[in-house]
Design a protein around this ligand. Structure first.
Ligand code: GLC
Length: 639
């Protein structure tokens, strides 16, 4: 009797076990068949905003990786683990400190996407992102939400710094190298924002209206190269609409083109804000809704019960998710150290950054010779912009400024000028914080407006110095586009005056004057570029910025970058300027667009944007139309 009972118990146990197989790479079908409808729906929806303490300075240690942007959901019963998703294109973005934890979790601030594209050197890009991917792995995250690779359709898109180029080929090749570097660590990427997300104004609702030819030849081409040459683990569908349909709900974009034509076999996740159309998104092949909410799980369950989502569609997406989960380090119990070699990565960034810096002008001023004492002007010289703002910002351990860089290169920065700037910056930052616009770490560093400097002061300082350097800085970021006026794309009268005064005084003394551009995107240059003796476009090259700039100015590194986009003479020369929201101050926010968006309003360039310029973006226009530019695509001098 006992024997029969024991055999019965064994049988029951084995039936129970077969009803809950533990996930491995080899039993995905068994697990899929064992999953309930609720479990399947759960796997298609992220764990919610709660996991999104992204980028805050300190986060509760309860999250798997505090400060990461989000996670997928676990199904303990079947051994399905969570995957951790974290930003961003210039380096891993997690909280640098944690409650009741003496350790710190800073990440390296790498050169932004535009600097990597300016290198025209896929091998170097891959070397940089191999280091970046190591930080993703060692801090316990599974997927880096990068690269950002939307085309520079118009220079005033607030997130162009995260992206690569006006040219789809350079974009695709740079992205492929970027992806191969990150994924060589056994972690994933999320190629974004797929697709045609080329402005920040009303980004959650805006409808990009593009012809099929232009879509294929320009806006999808980079993504196609990246998918075919680098096999990304995931793709992130964008917020916007494309020809009247949300990209995250477009079967044509997410299944026909991405999977059937290009052979993509990873998962598609939404950007961080799904729409009411969850059911359409599931059917279209958007596997994961991020950041995720219970209401989306409920919608999926109801739709399957009502037959709106077929069992095949549901199981197709769930299988994609299971195949993605089993390759993540977290599923494979990788023992991450929380101690990546930040020092080695910093050295790599300092060495690599000059490769992406572009020498726009040089009339014998650079590299500096017989220079010991430097008159260093510009807030950017002392408060250097390492990268852009928003989810593309990195919580870096420090940012090297130009004054520090010149000092470590053995030069003397005039103390009188330095003290004045440092006091001015400290006050300006306090002001920013007091009136709340100094969002600090969460969104990155706002630019301090330039300090007034009189010609008399410059004349007084000149005799004690051998050269004058002015760092002109600009920043931009997620949630807003730049302005054509207001000293954003144009330089301000004050900046122009300072350039003119420095040139006049130093030329009168037989000395040189150099401008360093610490900017995230193109600015107006034609009206003033003849005034200084040299112009070094440093971009926003990461945390070692000031060191790398000084290395170049002193000749200890060479500026090897070439422009990945055109610098036009006038903003209005650009064909897309007729169809771009370059002055909508009132909707300059990505956060509140759901208040603004919706079908009731049909404002041009806000609710819909006509890509009327067609293929004529960047050099495709300027060369074809024979319109003169300030600096052409591919421009860059060297020593
Ligand atoms: C943001 C950005 C996206 C980022 C995500 C998570 O809205 O559009 O680039 O990866 O949310 O922070």
């Amino acid at each position: 009797m006992k024997k029969i009972f024991a055999i019965g118990a064994l049988l029951l146990a084995s039936v129970a076990m077969s009803a809950q197989p533990q996930l491995t790479k080899d039993n995905i079908d068994d697990v899929l068949n064992a999953m309930t409808l609720e479990e399947k729906a759960t796997l298609l929806v992220g764990s919610g905003w709660g996991s999104m303490t992204a980028g805050s300075m300190t986060a509760s240690a309860t999250a798997l990786v505090p400060g990461a942007a989000g996670t997928t959901r676990a199904i303990e019963r079947l051994g399905v683990t969570q995957a951790v998703l974290a930003d961003g294109p210039a380096g891993l973005r997690i909280s640098p400190t944690r409650d009741n934890d003496p350790d710190t979790y800073y990440c390296t601030g790498f050169p932004v996407g535009t600097v990597m594209a300016s290198m025209w050197d896929p091998a170097l890009v891959k070397e940089l992102t191999t280091a970046m991917g190591n930080e993703v792995l060692e801090y316990g995250t599974d997927v880096l939400l990068a690269p950002g690779m939307n085309l520079h359709r118009n220079p005033l898109c607030g997130r162009n710094f995260e992206y690569f180029s006006e040219d789809p080929f350079l974009t695709g090749k740079t992205a492929a190298a970027y992806i191969n570097g990150v994924q060589s660590n056994g972690v994933g990427v999320s190629v974004k924002h797929y697709a045609v997300n080329n402005q920040e104004v009303n980004r959650m609702q805006n409808d990009s209206r593009v012809s099929q030819r232009v879509l294929r030849e320009l806006y999808l081409k980079g993504f196609e190269i990246a998918v075919k040459e680098a096999d990304p683990w995931t793709v992130m569908s964008s917020y916007n609409q494309l020809n009247g349909e949300f990209t995250q709900q477009s079967y044509d974009l997410l299944t026909t083109i991405l999977r059937d034509e290009w052979g993509f076999d990873g998962i598609v996740m939404t950007d961080w804000g799904t729409k009411e159309g969850t059911v359409k998104a599931v059917k279209a092949g958007n596997d994961l809704m991020e950041p995720g909410a219970q209401v989306e799980i409920d919608r999926i369950i109801a739709a399957v019960k009502a037959g709106e989502i077929t069992q095949e569609e549901l199981d197709r997406n769930v299988r994609n998710m299971l195949e993605y989960i089993v390759i993540t380090p977290r599923f494979n119990k990788y023992k991450y150290s929380n101690k990546p070699d930040l020092k080695a990565h910093a050295e790599l960034v300092r060495k690599a950054a000059p490769e992406g810096m572009v020498l726009l002008e040089n009339n014998g001023a650079l590299p500096m010779k017989n220079v010991k004492k430097v008159a260093l002007y510009g807030t950017g010289s002392y408060d250097f912009i390492a990268g852009g703002t928003g989810s593309g910002n990195v919580n870096k351990p420090y940012i090297r400024n130009v004054a520090e860089g010149l000092t470590v290169n053995g030069l003397e920065v005039n103390k009188n000028i330095q003290t004045w700037y440092e006091q001015y910056i400290a006050l300006a930052k306090t002001n920013l914080r007091n009136n709340g616009s100094g969002s600090g770490v969460l969104l990155g560093d706002p630019v301090i407006s330039e300090m007034e400097v009189s010609r008399e002061f410059i004349e007084k300082m000149e005799p004690a110095t051998d050269i004058a350097i002015f760092t002109l800085s600009r920043n931009a970021g997620e949630g807003g586009d730049r302005y054509a006026l207001d000293g954003d794309w144009t330089i301000t009268g004050q900046e122009r005056q300072l350039i003119q005064n420095l040139a006049d005084v130093y030329h009168a003394a037989g000395k040189k004057f150099v401008v360093v551009l610490n900017i995230g995107g193109t600015i107006e240059t034609a009206s003033w570029k003849h005034i200084p003796d040299a112009i070094l476009l440093a971009w926003t090259p990461g945390q070692e910025g000031g060191y790398a700039v000084a290395d170049v100015l002193c000749g200890n590194a060479y500026p090897s970058g070439k422009l990945p986009m055109t610098f036009p003479v006038n903003y209005l020369d650009i064909p897309s300027s007729a169809n771009f929201p370059y002055n909508y101050k009132d909707v300059q926010s990505g956060a509140w667009d759901f208040l603004w968006g919706g079908p009731q309003r049909q404002t041009k360039n806000v609710d819909y944007t006509e890509y009327a310029e067609g293929i004529y973006v960047g050099y495709r226009y300027f060369q074809t139309a024979g319109v003169p530019v300030s600096y052409p695509f591919g421009h860059g001098k060297s020593y």
